[in-house]
Design a protein around this ligand. Structure first.
Ligand code: SAH
Length: 384
């Protein structure tokens, strides 16, 4: 075992012990609580102790695959800012990772839209290690970090969130049919100790208020063991973003894997590019889930804004001209760079890779009409 792996295992053990002793004292944890500790624990949480991106990490995101992704998003937001005719604005990114996406967008703005290039950049990031990487990568931008969206400036905001919402902790509920098979109930799916190991245990039934918030009444008839998910942090972030955009204007792209509806049990864990059990050495694996865009739309609408889309990443990038942009860039490149460029774009748009699993939506002030790139969606969302 390499020194790196050995160190990870030691850290996984340390976090396991913290979680196990908490369960022994206080009883089972909510799933969201477990995920928050596994990802966010200040000493041993996944996002706090290592750089999970790229070939040496656990996953590769679109901005890390090709600078063209950030370039296309930057051009798109510049177009939205231009359409809105606003003179003063701020830039926002939720979960900026290594800062690559923002660096690529700012590069485009420096060439075509100085107003955005000179705007202050607000970043929502909890990991101190990633904050440092963002600072190094984005200097000399005027940067502000926030733990959440409570203290944004009172100006229009042009923002982006790529693979942010999938990383937020979720809760799950499990349907238990009663013995007579005539009725059943949704019960919280908690994290407890089963034979000395972490595992799922049934918790109390969801209250009528919870059934309402989780939007479970409209679920098609569940069967014994059916699973539902709810992300209260996504609700909170989307609601605050919507309140801001409804009051001051702007637009925010939301890009993530997910569906325009619930996905059942979508929680997944990945370590070293391989799927692992969700309780595998907590803190050593990335935990994520499929984003429910219909839930984001409900939060947007109830806070006075709207969500357009989702459309697939492939439809969006092609509608806004990624093929033409790639051709133009390829003309200036040597043969090897050209091959790399086409291969990267293929990865972003091919339905076997990121093209259809990833979706793009945009939060906007209330109104009607579809902005460019969203023709494949209806105003009330699409059918994907
Ligand atoms: N957008 C980047 C990184 C995606 S990974 C990219 O596409 O490459 C998720 C990012 O969200 C990381 O930067 C992570 O530290 C941040 N993050 C995760 N949970 C968060 C939370 N609860 N609050 C703020 N940031 C969070």
């Amino acid at each position: 075992m390499s020194e790196h792996n050995l160190l990870q295992t030691e850290q996984g053990k340390a976090l396991f012990e913290t979680i196990a002793s908490r369960i022994e004292t206080d009883g089972p944890l909510s799933l969201a609580n477990y995920i928050s500790l596994a990802l966010g624990d200040a000493d041993h949480g996944y996002y706090h102790k290592q750089d999970p991106f790229g070939a040496d990490g656990d996953f590769t995101t679109a901005p890390e695959i090709s600078g063209l992704f950030g370039e296309m998003c930057g051009l798109y937001l510049a177009h939205m800012a231009d359409l809105s005719g606003l003179t003063q604005s701020a830039i926002l990114e939720l979960g900026p990772g290594r800062g690559s996406l923002m660096a690529d967008m700012r590069h485009v703005w420096s060439q075509i839209m100085p107003q955005l290039a000179n705007s202050p950049v607000h970043l929502v990031e909890t990991s101190p290690a990633l904050r440092q990487q963002q600072k190094d990568r984005l200097a000399p931008a005027d940067l502000y970090w926030h733990p959440d969206l409570d203290d944004l400036p009172a100006t229009p905001i042009f923002g982006i969130a790529n693979e942010f919402f999938d990383a937020l902790p979720i809760d799950q509920a499990i349907w238990r049919q009663d013995h007579k098979e005539t009725a059943g109930s949704w019960r919280h799916r908690l994290v407890g100790l089963v034979d000395g190991r972490l595992g799922f245990v049934d918790g109390p039934a969801l209250s009528p208020a919870e059934i309402d918030i989780w939007h479970l009444a409209s679920m098609p008839a569940p069967t014994d063991g059916s699973i539902a998910e709810y992300c209260s942090m996504a609700d909170a972030y989307a609601g605050k973003l919507a309140t801001h955009i409804a009051s001051y204007g702007g637009a925010c792209l939301i890009i993530d894997y997910g569906r325009d509806g619930p996905s059942g049990d979508s929680l997944q864990a990945v370590a070293n590019h391989q799927p692992v059990d969700v309780f595998h050495q907590p803190g050593d694996a990335d935990l994520s889930h499929w984003v429910d865009f219909s839930a984001l739309r409900r939060s947007a609408t109830s806070s006075g804004a709207r969500l357009v889309g989702p459309v697939t990443q492939s439809d969006f990038l092609q509608a806004i001209g990624i093929a033409q942009r790639t051709e133009a860039a390829a003309k200036l490149a040597d043969a090897e760079t050209r091959r790399g460029l086409f291969a990267a774009v293929e990865r972003l748009v091919s339905s076997q890779q990121m093209g259809s699993a990833f979706k793009v939506a945009m939060m906007l002030p209330s109104g009607t009409g579809l902005p460019p790139g969203f023709a494949a969606a209806g105003d009330q969302g699409s059918t994907i």
